[in-house]
Design a protein around this ligand. Structure first.
Ligand code: ADP
Length: 195
């Protein structure tokens, strides 16, 4: 990765729209979208060792163990070409966040912006029910949301203290939310559309 590459972490509950907004951001900029959920779903499909370890966690909505996640992300980052990156679904625990900081420092990048997309629980659960992925059943979705509140939400304070947190209201149409995100990132020189 080059010195000048930027890193944006999309943080928020399941159903916040991280995947949707990450895809919109990469389609309009010269960048990549790294969804750990997608990396794991692909690994499960391909029956890789990491996929085999992650499979039951994905199905039940548990978090994949930190060491497995960190290994997969590190491997991906080392292999992938250098450009701006939108991380979606990572980091999700304090340990992942700390190790991510170390990793970015090691490869010559500071953690740059964390975009916290907020949506109320009811809205998140409604969206998951509509999406209907196989880990979106009512019980599993509720479980993932609870896990988000207890394990991932504390990262908001972690990143606020680091001075890199940007909050955005995730309620509204996809385009409306995208417009909000674009202007928040552009204000900080983090959004450079290719058209
Ligand atoms: P959502 O945003 O709806 O939670 P994801 O695609 O981000 O969906 O994640 C799906 C599943 O993948 C999670 O429930 C978890 O099992 C696993 N997973 C993804 N990212 C991580 C991570 N950073 N740490 C641990 N588990 C993860």
């Amino acid at each position: 990765m080059e010195e000048s590459s930027k890193v944006v972490v999309l943080l928020g509950p399941p159903g916040a729209g991280k995947g949707t907004q990450g895809a919109l951001l990469t389609s309009s900029t010269n960048s990549r979208h790294i969804s750990t959920g997608d990396l794991f779903r692909n690994a499960v499909e391909a029956k890789t060792p990491a996929g085999m370890r992650a499979e039951s966690c994905l199905r039940s909505g548990q978090l994949v163990p930190d060491e497995v996640v960190l290994h997969v992300v590190e491997e991906y980052l080392v292999k992938a070409s250098s450009c701006d990156s939108y991380f979606d679904g990572f980091p999700r625990t304090r340990r992942q966040a700390e190790r991510f900081d170390e990793l970015l420092e090691r490869i010559g990048l500071g953690l740059t912006v964390v975009l916290y997309i907020s949506v109320p629980d009811d809205e998140a659960l409604n969206r998951l029910a509509l999406r209907g992925r196989n880990d979106d059943s009512v019980d599993t979705a509720r479980y993932r949301l609870d896990l988000y509140h207890s394990v991932t939400e504390p990262l908001i304070d972690y990143y606020e203290e680091a001075g890199v947190l940007v909050r955005v209201d995730g309620v509204g149409a996809e385009d409306t939310v995208f417009d909000r995100i674009r202007s928040l990132l552009a204000e900080r020189d983090f959004y450079e559309p290719t058209y």
